[in-house]
Design a protein around this ligand. Structure first.
Ligand code: C5P
Length: 409
């Protein structure tokens, strides 16, 4: 099942260099299963052609309210009545000003005004020079648009086409696509705060060598994303992995198990749910050499001594808040065999209400997985699916098991 299957999206383009990203965005939306109807202003057509957008969306593009292709000659009505959302990307400063004022002198602003506002949400992805974005007039318009119920998305920061650097870039196509997917997701975790650990840890032997494991972090990142999509405020404590931060998630990067322990300790008081997916190293070298250990040609190998790492999950699970039920703890177990028996035993040992088992070698680095949920009532299988899909199912299962947690309505 694609993330936007069955959704009808009106993709509006107003004038701006960021129109080039709208082509990628259109492709991404179609790939996720959406039907995309492109509407372009005259200014947008100076930056990208309707031909490109028609080819990518597979639908004729509309650009004028006087278009005679509609039998009743009312594209502003016809294009909005069946839509699930209107997404304007890029939304220029001028376009924001027009919509904020309720003006409607061309098709795109006209259909924003004519849409059934209770049923068809309007999302705007601003794109402009940093001075234009910071100008009080633009900020006033953004505040007005939000007060009127539009969703004005964030802007990105960085190099701008004009050569300046600052706030005002349009979000990237994949970010906008994720925003839309997240927008449509139900919000059962709204008002709740979720802390997730993910990835491996790295335990230094010396400045250039260390001990780590094959955890890719993908499952934990997918869980952080799913929790965010479900409306939670999410903090993700990540070991060394090269994965993009899910949108809207607060990420804290750590290296070793002890770094992870400190980051969790700093954030745990503000969490209602703790999900420990990280593959924390059980041991670390007792001493990490300050200089690289050199091979001296004698054939002698260095003697490594190990110290046990803190068990972050077990510590958190024993805290007062976890034992009173104010904090719901979820552990993971990566096993190679006898999943149910090991997961049951680990649940007891860690003292957590929910333990999620998976077969480590079958999932490390992969995009899919299968999960076995073990709680006091028994075991539930979540059959093989993408990690994103499983993460959503797991979040729904956690939601079902946490009726009394603070913030849940
Ligand atoms: O002890 P083991 O690594 O098998 O348990 C796995 C679970 O415990 C995972 O949820 C993992 O994130 C957590 N864990 C931890 N700190 C450790 C070891 C594991 O939080 N030192």
């Amino acid at each position: 099942m694609k993330n936007l299957s069955g959704k009808q999206i009106v993709l509006g383009l107003s004038g701006g260099v960021a129109c080039y990203k709208a082509a990628e965005l259109c492709r991404a939306l179609v790939k996720e299963g959406a039907t995309v109807q492109v509407v372009m202003t005259d200014a947008a057509e100076h930056f990208i052609t309707a031909v490109t957008m028609q080819a990518l969306s597979g639908q004729p593009v509309y650009g004028s309210q006087w278009d005679t292709r509609q039998p009743n000659n009312m594209p502003h009505i016809n294009l909005t009545r069946e839509a699930d959302a209107i997404l304007v990307a890029p939304a220029s400063a001028d376009f924001l000003a027009k919509v904020a004022q309720g003006r409607a002198d061309e098709l795109l602003s006209l259909l924003c005004l004519a849409r059934p506002a209770q049923r068809v949400p309007l999302l705007l992805a601003p794109a402009m020079n940093r001075e234009m974005w910071a100008h009080p007039a633009t900020q006033r318009n953004v505040a007005q648009l939000r007060a009127d119920g539009a969703v004005v998305l964030d802007v990105g920061r960085g190099d701008q086409a004009c050569g300046e650097t600052g706030d005002g870039r349009m979000l990237e196509a994949h970010e906008l696509c994720d925003e839309l997917i997240s927008f449509f997701a139900p919000k059962p975790l709204s008002g709740r705060r979720v802390l997730v650990t993910a990835g491996p840890t790295y335990e230094a032997i010396d400045p250039v060598r260390g001990i780590t494991n094959r955890s890719s972090g993908k499952m934990g990142f997918a869980i952080a994303r799913a929790a965010r999509e479900a409306g939670a405020a999410v903090t993700l404590v990540a070991g060394p992995v090269h994965l993009p931060t899910p949108r809207g998630v607060h990420r804290v990067d750590v290296v070793s198990a002890r770094d992870m322990q400190a980051a969790v300790a700093a954030a745990i008081a503000q969490a209602d749910v703790f999900i420990a997916t990280a593959a924390v190293a059980d041991w670390r070298p007792a001493q990490s050499a300050e200089q690289k250990i050199k091979k001296d040609g004698s054939g002698q190998t260095p003697q490594l001594h190990f110290a046990e790492n803190p068990d972050i999950l077990a510590e958190v699970a024993q805290s007062e808040r976890a034992r009173s039920g104010a904090l719901y703890c979820v552990g993971f177990a990566a096993e190679s065999h006898d999943l149910l028996a090991h997961a049951r035993a680990k649940r007891e040992r860690k003292g957590v209400p929910l333990l999620v088992g998976n077969i480590g070698p079958a999932t490390f680095g992969q995009d899919d997985n299968a999960l076995l949920l073990v709680d006091a009532q028994g075991a539930t299988e979540l059959p093989r699916a993408s990690k994103h899909e499983l993460a959503r199912q797991l979040i729904a299962e956690i939601d079902r098991r946490t009726p009394g947690v603070a913030g849940k309505s």
